[in-house]
Design a protein around this ligand. Structure first.
Ligand SMILES: Nc1nc2c(c(=O)[nH]1)N[C@H]1C(S)=C(S)[C@@H](COP(=O)(O)OP(=O)(O)OC[C@H]3O[C@@H](n4cnc5c(N)ncnc54)[C@H](O)[C@@H]3O)O[C@H]1N2
Ligand code: MOO
Length: 727
């Protein structure tokens, strides 16, 4: 395990088992964690010992418990310290490999709540700084701890997470230096035992962000489970699965399995997300009106793929059939963040008898496919969305939220993953060329080169006539400027590409789509230098973009889902943006995220990396943000609205639509790209919508398409309503 310099020097961690668990009715520390079925205190200790092995807690891992609690726990302890037994100047050398205990001895201190445990632990090492944690935080994780430590300023006497609803500090997820502990001790002697009070007193005022307060990126991190109802809710969210029969997608939650994802997200209902956009306090950046309106997007101009028209093809019509030069996908890759397995290895897995497989390694999108000597039946690979499969024998991917990482290690000290259900061979594996093969026709003669067509052509490697980064700088426009930040080390732009792509690389087809789309709306797209997978680079690129204060909107692409390289939510939180939503009940595009930089009123829309998902989210939310920015503009332009789908008028053999609408999930809004028929209305193409490739990443559904349909799956059993609009 890599050993790092500690983020906070002389740090010890204290897990408080304390409390009477009266409202829960059963000891909270013994509740069974749903992911590993261990008691909660052991689950948390595994996390703390893992961090400790990495060097985070040079002063050891400590548990504070009453004697009756100690009798119920099984700790690899070196010594149990009670305050009464401590010499005046104790010289205690904690064991940093195992767990030290300190007796919460209320006889000596009187019943002063958690302050007793904290002060007793502090007395064992008066010069240490203490990370204090309550055991009843079900979402406690390495990430939530690292985030607090990273935001604890060295000069700060105490740091506490702030609740996002009322701004109050959370006393039992906090960092205490000797100075603050002195204050707590003095306060207790004066009869004031509340840790929040001591934190305020040592700061000489309210705890706010920057003055002892640290904004929590995800409220769940500091939500405790105090009652059976709260614990049931936490269990549900930790599983990421609604109990059978009660699925309500508008409140479903994706969570992470230890060490994998960055931030858990909860899906907001589609219409609620749109309402949030419509009330967003955005600030349009004023600038002198430009005389060089782009004017690129007149309909009906001819486009020749062989020509060298560099200034963007959007709005032209094709003069000949245009064929793909590359297949899509370029290689077999993963559709999900999870574990690549041989389906046969977990064929007999069940919740009662899960199959445990060691992690053989990790593959991130952009990595060359690893050469693996282990047999597929003996292990699994951590694999991220878009990453190329290891070979041979690994045929499917179990989503990270459907597996559990245990703290058990195999003989070679590799972590064991528990699989509790079988998987169909081929599940979540995208096959090379399954969307289109090179040579397939992507655009027919006389078809319009819409932004979506530009996405398709770019994915197919058709370079000429597409907007490239090099033609950007000269444009300006009347309506505003929008920054585009593509992320992911696997993504390369067409203009960067020479003849071939390295294994694991993909062509950026989203930036050209966004570019064409924005120019069609008379916005100036500004391509920021693409960012790899590093959190630091991403945070710095975003801070720089915000500091220029010249963008009306910032669009980020990819990195919003559950993979270990998905850093966008964390980067935005780390530079102080306020999250408006992360996760919407839509398909595709579920992981989409919207944030606001309040100081400048700049919205940041984070589009998911799957190309079709990003197109849907730009149409569904990006367009709404632009409209919000234009609220004050009176130019008589009619916004293009979603129109109700008239199924009879739309399609004479209406069977396709009914079958599709019947399949829609309650509470979810589903989008699909469809052709526009001779009557000028959308056609339900059974072949595409019904196929196995009709899912979220069905880039080929853009071939021949000219409109989006949206079906809002109703929740009360009534038929779902459908709407449509042209590209
Ligand atoms: N375990 C889970 N995995 C995934 C889930 C989930 O719920 N659980 N959601 C899936 C969904 S839905 C989507 S959509 C994607 C979104 O992922 P990210 O936004 O984090 O994007 P990446 O993982 O970085 O990339 C996804 C995919 O897109 C390709 N990509 C990225 N940028 C571009 C670009 N500019 N042009 C073309 N293609 C791009 C990338 O190579 C990946 O193949 O997550 C699912 N996973
Ligand atoms: O894979 Mo996602 O949003 O593309 O559903």
């Amino acid at each position: 395990m890599p050993h790092r310099e500690p983020v906070v020097e002389d740090l010890a961690v204290l897990l408080l088992l304390g409390g009477q668990s009266r409202r829960m009715g059963t000891p909270k520390h013994l509740l069974q964690h749903p992911l590993t079925q261990e008691p909660l205190y052991r689950y948390h200790l595994s996390t703390l010992l893992r961090l400790s092995a990495e060097g985070t807690f040079p002063r050891g891992v400590w548990v504070s418990a009453r004697q009756d609690q100690l009798d119920t726990v099984d700790l690899p302890e070196v010594g149990c310290f009670s305050l009464a037994s401590l010499p005046k100047h104790p010289l205690i050398i904690p064991d940093i490999q195992s767990v030290n205990t300190v007796l919460d001895d209320r006889e000596t201190h009187g019943d002063i709540g958690p302050a007793a445990g904290i002060l007793q632990a502090a007395a064992t090492q008066p010069d240490a700084t203490w990370l204090v944690l309550a055991v009843d935080l079900p979402f406690l994780s390495g990430d939530s701890i690292s985030h607090l430590l990273a935001n604890h300023a060295p000069a700060s006497p105490v740091s506490l997470y702030l609740h996002s609803d009322d701004g109050n500090p959370e006393p039992l997820f906090s960092v205490w230096t000797p100075l603050a502990l002195d204050q707590l001790r003095q306060n207790c002697q004066a009869g004031k035992s509340g840790p929040c009070r001591a934190a305020k007193d040592v700061w000489g005022g309210k705890i706010v962000e920057g003055k002892g307060g640290v904004k929590v990126p995800t409220e769940a991190w500091i939500t405790d489970a105090d009652t059976p109802e709260e614990w049931a809710e936490a269990q549900k969210r930790l599983h990421g699965i609604e109990p059978a029969g009660t699925t309500d997608a508008s409140t479903s939650t994706a969570t992470h399995c230890t060490g994998f994802a960055k931030v858990a997200y909860t899906a907001t209902a589609f219409h609620d997300a749109v309402s949030l956009v419509r009330s967003l306090p955005v600030k349009r950046k004023r600038r002198a009106p430009s005389t060089t309106s782009t004017g690129q997007f007149g309909r009906g101009r001819p486009f020749d793929a062989e020509g060298s028209e560099p200034s963007g093809a959007g709005g032209y019509t094709s003069q000949a059939d245009i064929h793909a030069l590359l297949p899509h996908p370029l290689e077999d890759n993963s559709a999900m963040d999870g574990y690549a397995v041989a389906a046969s290895a977990i064929a007999h897995a069940s919740p009662a008898a899960p199959v445990l497989l060691p992690v053989l390694g990790r593959i991130v999108a952009g990595d060359a496919p690893p050469v693996c000597s282990d047999a597929a039946s003996t292990g699994c690979w951590e694999i991220m969305t878009g990453a190329v499969f290891p070979s041979p024998g690994f045929d499917s991917v179990v989503k990270v939220e459907d597996a559990s990482r245990t703290e058990s290690l195999d003989a070679r000290r590799r972590h064991m993953i528990a699989f509790s259900a079988p998987i169909h061979p081929g599940k979540n594996r995208r096959r090379r060329g399954e969307q289109f093969e090179s040579g397939d026709v992507l655009l027919r003669v006389d078809e319009e080169v819409t932004p979506e067509a530009v996405m398709l052509l770019a994915a197919g490697g058709v370079q000429h006539g597409l907007p490239g980064r090099e033609v950007q700088a000269h444009r300006s426009s009347r309506r505003g400027r929008v920054a585009i930040l593509a992320t992911g080390k696997e993504v390369v732009s067409l203009s960067d590409r020479e003849q071939s792509l390295a294994p694991g690389q993909v062509v950026d087809c989203i930036t050209p789509f966004l570019d064409t789309f924005l120019r069609s709306r008379d916005y100036e797209p500004v391509h920021l230098p693409p960012c790899g997978d590093s959190l630091a680079d991403l945070s710095s690129a975003l801070s720089t973009a915000l500091a220029t204060e010249s963008f009306d909107l910032i669009l980020t692409v990819a990195g919003v889902s559950l993979g270990s390289a998905d850093h966008t939510p964390e980067a935005l939180a780390s530079i102080g943006l306020t999250q408006q939503f992360h996760g919407v009940a839509i398909r595709p595009g579920g992981p989409v995220m919207l944030s606001l930089h309040e100081a400048t009123g700049t919205p940041v829309l984070s589009l998911p990396g799957n190309p079709i998902a990003s197109a849907v989210c730009m149409r569904a939310f990006g367009e709404e943000v632009l409209r919000r920015l234009e609220d004050d503009e009176e130019d008589g332009r009619e916004p293009e609205e979603w129109r109700p789908l008239d199924m009879k008028g739309a399609n004479e053999q209406d069977g396709g639509w009914s079958a599709w609408l019947d399949r829609q999930k309650a509470g979810v809004s589903t989008f699909a790209a469809v052709p526009v028929g001779a009557r000028g209305t959308p056609v339900a193409p059974n072949g595409v919508l019904g196929s196995t490739c009709g899912g979220p990443c069905a880039l080929r559904s853009l071939i021949g398409a000219g409109a989006w349909v949206r079906a809002d799956g109703a929740r009360d059993g009534t038929p779902c309503r459908a709407y449509w609009r042209r590209f």
